[in-house]
Design a protein around this ligand. Structure first.
Ligand code: DGL
Length: 261
């Protein structure tokens, strides 16, 4: 079986790893969370590209044969560079989420929340407009949410207040679909849904990316050679912290052994 390499700036990409695990349980996977350098979203494009190149090299050394950039910030600025540098297939998280938002939105009014790097890149708007030129896209950068999730503050009053503050401008825009344009945000899905209202559909980039991987493998069946043995899943991090360990357990709903890379 093809080994899937998944990286993120921290634990957020585990939402993608979890979605892959649920949809394609037979696949071996190796994860790398660059916790020591998180968050990426407030850094320059050049720095995010450098980190993404290093993370991909690490995963390839572990035997990965396909890379998922499980980070919207890195997907929005580093996909091109990774595709130029490495020969393995590279799957990013933006196109699957944008396509699903266009498919689900009836009014064409689509909101996007993400890190500063993702929102500043304009990649979501561009992708959505290519698919549906009449769409109205409203964006909101939410830079404080990644550190709150990395800290495990997923149900605190402070987090609820910050979400309210970030979503306030979107509430007046009559969006019917909101893209969670950061792989950390599925952890805050219920708080976000509660605040934006039940009438707005949330698009979870982690689930859409797992489906994109499934479609890719269906089109490339030669990549799936069954070994019959149970798949190995390894989770590496660049810094081993109690908060990361606790969040990994929360995301996978079981104990997960994090290894220091
Ligand atoms: N999970 C990453 C994303 O999807 C967070 C990026 C960051 O570290 O700021 O954008």
């Amino acid at each position: 079986m093809i080994m899937i390499g998944i990286f993120d700036s921290g634990i957020g990409g585990m939402t993608v790893a979890r979605a892959v695990e649920q949809l394609l349980p037979e696949l071996p996977l190796v994860y790398y969370g660059d916790i020591a350098r998180t968050p990426y979203g407030s850094k320059s494009a050049a720095t995010i590209i450098n980190y993404s190149l290093e993370n991909t090299e690490f995963l390839l050394k572990q035997g990965a044969e396909l890379i998922i950039i499980a980070c919207n910030s890195a997907s929005s600025v580093a996909t091109e560079a990774l595709r130029q540098e490495f020969k393995v297939p590279i799957i990013e998280v933006i196109s699957p989420a944008a396509a699903e938002a266009v498919r689900q939105s009836r009014s064409g009014r689509i909101g996007i929340i993400g890190t500063r790097a993702t929102i500043r890149s304009g990649v979501y708007e561009q992708t959505i407009r290519e698919l549906a030129p009449d769409s109205q896209v409203v964006t909101q950068a939410c830079p404080l949410l990644v550190p709150l999730v990395e800290e495990g503050w997923t149900n605190r009053q402070e987090t609820k207040m910050i979400i309210r503050r970030y979503l306030h401008p979107l509430k007046d825009q009559q969006i019917d679909t909101l893209i969670l344009g950061c792989t950390h945000y599925p952890v805050l899905k219920e708080l976000i849904q509660h605040r934006i209202g039940r009438r707005v559909s949330l698009i979870d980039s982690s689930i859409e990316t797992a489906k994109a991987l499934q479609r890719f493998l269906a089109h490339n069946p030669d990549l799936i050679k069954s070994t019959g043995s149970s798949p190995n899943h390894s989770y590496f991090v660049s810094d081993l912290t109690d908060a990361a360990q606790a969040m990994a357990r929360k995301i996978f709903q079981r104990p997960v052994e994090l290894r220091l890379a």
